[in-house]
Design a protein around this ligand. Structure first.
Ligand code: AMP
Ligand code: MG
Length: 415
């Protein structure tokens, strides 16, 4: 008799496509002060009501003049006004120049600024222009940064420090953003102990500290989520069902770690199936094979809460988060996840044994432009993720020789 067929492994790209196909962006928006909008996703495009800069201005401390009045180096001009940043300028009197400072508006009629290093002040108050000016030099033009009516930031864009500055620069004191996704975080496993609850010397045999909870919470918060840390769920079917049912209330997503293999102590699958629906995938990636995705019906409401179950091994949990959960959470906020931008860098290591699965190796850039490999690539060794600054995306069945160019994905792009 044939052995029962094993379900084939799913390609990571297919898993991501399927995962994202089931996410509709949250409809609720809120207005937040621009100073508090870091990491949020813009709900409406921003159009500028003014030119930035508003008028032509000087990009140097120096003298504003008409080029035609300086036919050669050495011309001498009287100074007819002094213009500091934030103060209005008079039209430039013919045959004179204006003392001007960086950011000050250019007087009408001037067509260049000569930097003060190229000007000598004479005893009689006039100045000698020692360098022939070129029309337009050291002038920042009105609207050269942003033109009135231009769309400066688009709906769905994630805001970082530069975007906040740009929004403020067109006068926005507050911004309309998508509300924060509410995420319930659960850790499964009878072996888990919270740091602080038991000191290291008093840990019972078999116990480990719950580390996933800490990096998952930080990863979620960095993506703008409001995280409810609902603690540790013991490895029992009833406890798991109850924890999930409660977590579904008031949350958009439940994220769990552990318990998604199909061992006797893995209760996530039957519990989610009983409360809603679940797909359990074996993804052809290393680390991080088991991955569960589904939904839980919310009692008494016509609403479903998304469910994602990550593997328990810390590195698997970490890597599946950045590769799958991160784009999911971004899309939930109406942000199109940006495509990966791998760099081709030389491996300063080798991988002699090809793996059947696509591997994401924990590596670090070295000082001579290559990549070093963390020596222990086990999915339980979280030191590898803390040490690494990137992942090498190594296709299934591929060995790596020292010096080969490999695809390096900087972790900084995702954190
Ligand atoms: P599981 O997916 O539940 O079979 O767990 C796989 C491995 O990951 C086991 O060695 C667990 O002890 C470990 N593990 C599960 N959850 C956590 C956690 N929250 N922190 C650290 N290790 C964990
Ligand atoms: Mg477990």
């Amino acid at each position: 008799m044939n052995a029962p067929a094993r379900s084939p492994l799913m390609a990571l790209d297919d898993a991501l496509t399927q995962l994202l196909a089931g996410v509709a962006p949250l409809a609720d928006t809120e207005r937040v002060p621009t100073s508090l909008a870091d990491g949020r996703v813009l709900a409406d495009s921003l159009t500028s009501a003014l030119h930035v800069p508003p008028q032509d201005n000087s990009s140097m401390d120096g003298y504003a003049l008409r080029c035609a009045e300086v036919p050669a180096a050495g011309a001498v001009l009287p100074v007819s006004q002094r213009i500091a940043a934030g103060h209005a300028a008079e039209p430039l009197q013919p045959g004179t120049c204006a003392r001007i400072f960086t950011g000050a508006p250019l007087p009408l009629g001037a067509d260049a600024v000569v930097m003060q290093e190229d000007v000598a002040a004479l005893d009689d108050g006039r100045v000698r222009i020692n360098a022939m000016p070129q029309a337009g030099q050291w002038i920042r033009r009105a609207g050269e940064d942003v033109a009135r009516g231009a769309v400066v930031l688009c709906k769905g864009q994630r805001l970082g420090p530069a975007q906040l500055g740009l929004a403020a620069g067109i006068g926005c004191a507050d911004l309309s953003v998508v509300r924060r996704p509410r995420v319930a975080l659960l850790s499964t496993g009878d072996e888990l102990v919270m740091p602080g609850d038991v000191p290291p010397e008093a840990m019972r045999p078999g116990a480990i500290y719950n580390s996933n909870r800490f990096f998952l919470k930080a990863l979620l918060q960095r993506l703008g989520c409001e995280v409810s840390d609902l603690g540790i769920v013991p490895d029992r079917r009833d406890a798991t069902t109850e924890a999930l049912r409660t977590a579904a209330e008031g949350h958009d997503l439940i994220l769990t770690s552990g318990g998604v293999s199909v061992g006797e102590e893995d209760h996530i699958k039957p519990a989610v199936q009983a409360l809603g629906g679940l797909d359990l995938w074996q993804i052809a990636m290393k680390p991080g094979k088991p991955f569960a995705h589904g939904h839980i019906r919310v009692d008494g409401q016509d609403r479903r809460c998304h469910f994602i179950g990550l593997p328990g091994n810390p590195v698997s949990s970490f890597v599946t988060f950045v590769l799958l959960v991160r784009p999911f959470v971004l899309q939930l906020q109406g942000c199109v996840p940006p495509p990966w931008r791998p760099l081709q860098l030389p491996a300063h290591f080798s991988v002699a044994r090809a793996d059947k699965r696509r591997e994401f190796l924990r590596v670090r850039r070295n000082a001579i432009g290559g990549l070093d490999l963390f020596p222990n690539q086990s999915s339980g060794v979280l030191t590898s993720a803390a040490w690494a600054d990137g992942l090498v995306d190594n296709p299934a069945g591929t060995t790596i020789a020292h010096g080969d160019l490999v695809s390096y994905l900087p972790l900084a792009d995702w954190l």
